[in-house]
Design a protein around this ligand. Sequence first.
Ligand code: PLP
Length: 436
Amino acid sequence: MQTEHFWMPFTANRQFKAKPRLLKSAKGMYYTSEDGREILDGTAGLWCVNAGHNHPKVVQAIQAQAASLDFAPTFQMAHPLAFEAASKLASMAPKALNRVFFCNDGSEGVDTALKMALAYHRARGDAARCRLIGRERGYHGVGFGGISVGGIAGNRKQFGSGLAGVDHLRHPLNIAKNAFSKGLPEHGAELADELELRLLTLHDASSVAAVIVEPLQGSTGVIIPPQGYLQKLRDICTKHGILLIFDEVITGFGRLGSAFAADYFGVMPDMIVCAKGLTNAAVPMGAVIATQTIHDVLVNAAPKDQIEFFHGYTYSAHPLACAAAIATLEVYREEKIFEAAAAMAPYFEQAAHSLRGLPHVKDIRNLGLVCGIELEPQIGKSTTRAYDIFEKCFWEKNLLIRTTGDIIALSPPLIIDKAQIDRLFSQLADAIRELA
Ligand code: PLP
């Protein structure tokens, strides 16, 4: 196999190509590797295959759609599935959020939401609100908007400072106080007060359009919001007329046992960005779900015959993606996938924390069907300890795990059963011990 032409994303290309890890098919909880091994999927692909791989209903919907309507524009034209997919998504979202703008992935969803926030304030006659606030260690995809509100040093290092007029909250991870917390950490809600005490004092609230956070920071190592933290952010945003955006690209569609993290926490943002699980990852799709107020203000500000929101993608509401989304959302409801995740979460938590005390494990944190296991880095070689475990899991334990820095992140498909949870954690524990 020639490997040189595919320039791989977020991959150490030379290291990978020296010994490629290849997956050739998948079903339910398992991948099959190129060399014929059944690999237990501990990461739902990339936090996205929530109903398990190749669900027959989703496969059938995509196949049928491909044979009937391959593409239809949604600029000044449309096709019926676009409306059906939007209605289905709105009916699953928190009640106040019911206007859906489709895009193709999480990165586009984030940039769409940020633009929507700016355009909304402008439509209200408040164009001074153009500052955006994100959070350190936030991951909001790879667009210029997303990397600007995100808080990852690698982006600054390689791509410069990003958008002007952006500031960041501190992240709430505090291992010294909250190590080995089960569920929501006890300490740290006061970090949300910084929004008001520090950032709004510095910039003045009247210049701020939106605050964007992941309810649970996934990609940078599973950072779980302290008790009361998200509600505080909500209250401060409401008090100052600032929009609150939840980036639910990872937490959407049952990861915490509710449709969205907003439901789980009982904290309502003004917009939700979602992607990944929206189509069970079978076709790329993302969406922003906004309040009717945001939609109405924006739409009503323009003359009737003018485009109101100067934004969209050729593939917004692509027919294949809509077919996949409709089928996926039905599967979630019919098979009670979110309820299953909620029921399995305590068992998953117990299994995750059984790794406490293993060599180099300095923290374990979890919520719903997500957990992060943070390891002491090898001296002078950050990331290698977790990477070695990842490789060992893949080649010797037939397990797919994910690592970010020296943190192992697990987020299996929501259909995982107890025996599979036992296997996932006991084999991971063996790998950690064997490499100690
Ligand atoms: N936002 C969050 C919270 C994510 O976790 C991700 C991807 O993991 C993204 C945005 C970007 O999504 P995509 O890779 O589909 O562009």
